[in-house]
Design a protein around this ligand. Sequence first.
Ligand SMILES: Cc1cc2nc3c(=O)[nH]c(=O)nc-3n(C[C@H](O)[C@H](O)[C@H](O)COP(=O)(O)OP(=O)(O)OC[C@H]3O[C@@H](n4cnc5c(N)ncnc54)[C@H](O)[C@@H]3O)c2cc1C
Length: 386
Amino acid sequence: MNHTFSILGGGIGGLCTAVALQKAGFQATVYEAAPEIKALGAGIMLASNANQALNHLGLWPELKALGHIPDFMIVADNKGKLIQKMDNQRTAQTYGFPTLTIHRAALQQLLLDQLAPDSLVLGKKGQSVRQDGEQVHLQFEDGSEISTDYLIAADGIHSPIRTQLLPEVQTRYAGYTCWRGVAEQRPEGFDEKIFSETWGSKGRFGIAPLKGGKVYWFACKNAAPNDPKMGQYGKEEILEIFKNFHFPIPQLIRHTATENIIWNDIVDLKPIKSYAFDRIVLLGDAAHATTPNMGQGACQAIEGAVILAECLKKAEKPETAFKAYEQTKLGKAQWVVNNSWRFGKIAQLSNPLICSLRNSLFRMIPAKSSEKRMEQLLRFESREAR
Ligand SMILES: Cc1cc2nc3c(=O)[nH]c(=O)nc-3n(C[C@H](O)[C@H](O)[C@H](O)COP(=O)(O)OP(=O)(O)OC[C@H]3O[C@@H](n4cnc5c(N)ncnc54)[C@H](O)[C@@H]3O)c2cc1C
């Protein structure tokens, strides 16, 4: 099979797909809109399912060396009182791999290092596609066009390719906005064994220790969509929201340079029903963008990349492989989008009385039953990838 595969978008999904396809012996080229690859600014959590998939590509040893493995994932209230606790060592024992935190720039570089020479083309913003019986013709914003046997659209939540194929699909605003930062140093007394999320009525704060003494954090607050005021918030304003939260939240905000704080409104895609369209297939956020509440957006893209490569290895025709990938990935991705949406609504409650009731109810849920619920998520069970 000497087909050409073109991948639109060089984010985690697109890069991982290129690596998976090239390792499986296919010719794959990535076309990325950005004129240069800039180091991504925040951290990311890679759950066990993503690490199982990345291990399938032989990347676990490097990933483990670049990342940090916390012992526990906890949810606490704003005074620091425990609500829920998950044992990451038990996750590793159960699924073979733990959850890991890593700087996005390190993950991006690891993927870039695996690419075949000359298989990443920068400054190519895809605009529209046309399929005939034999090929896909992809037009770029600069007026140029390529013809390729197959196209994998990994061009993110605002994918123009998906918009052309499914014009009715819209993004939806979750009701909260988010700042992300990396504190350059750990405050004294900081516990690197814990990855945590704190739920308060004023907002939500996540802490993920990274390798090398840095700490990634995220902070969410309910807000109107696209409020420019939120985009102007620096660390003083974020500190004002979280000043009464437990140690080390205010300290981490203080240890972060304002110019390194990234701001986004949280949006997702209501689950869509197809990813495969003859010679075109959608992957990652272009197919199933989710709110970040379960830390699964990139994990699902990584799973998708590995499943797609495995389907291509087994099918006679790529069109059949695209359909098999869709069948394998769609149900789980939809489950993630729906549960993450609901989870966000619960975590962002703002009435102090209801928050206190929620916390009491969550404290009554046995850890074992929460872990059981996560089983279908944390097991990378692609019948194709086994
Ligand atoms: C606050 C926050 C926290 C998160 N935390 C986590 C986490 O802990 N764990 C996790 O698994 N996920 C997390 N996610 C989700 C994760 O970031 C995304 O799901 C993941 O990055 C999606 O990767 P992607 O490659 O599909 O899309 P993107 O990252 O959006 O990449 C798309 C790429 O395509 C390029 N592109 C766009 N349009 C075009 C075009 N027309 N032509 C060519 N190129 C184009 C872009 O420049 C970009 O490089 C988080 C998201 C947010 C917002």
